[in-house]
Design a protein around this ligand. Structure first.
Ligand SMILES: [Zn+2]
Length: 93
């Protein structure tokens, strides 16, 4: 029963991928689907996936909204965000 074996593998990888994805602060269901559709690639993807939680943040100088360092335009007030003063950058723990 090759079909049954494939489904068992897909579900196993889906669960493993989903658990890792959730541990990284993402959605279990999204990563479960990725892991089930692409068993090995999905698992690799979630391992390499960088959690947003670990991205450095800084504060918008105009409206004080906290945004990720890679954000170039403030989503709240539209201010162009250039490279910040290093003292304003903080890494969430
Ligand atoms: Zn702003």
């Amino acid at each position: 029963m090759e079909g049954g074996a494939y489904i068992a593998i897909a579900i196993s990888f889906g669960i493993a991928t989903g658990v890792i994805g959730r541990a990284k602060g993402s959605s279990f269901l999204i990563w479960f689907a990725v892991g089930a559709v692409l068993p090995l690639l999905g698992l690799l993807a979630v391992i390499l996936f960088r959690s947003d939680r670990n991205e450095p943040e800084r504060r918008c100088p105009t409206c004080n909204k906290v945004v990720k360092l890679y954000v170039q335009v403030c989503p709240r007030c539209g201010t162009d965000l250039y490279l910040p003063d290093p003292s304003e950058v903080r890494t969430p723990d």
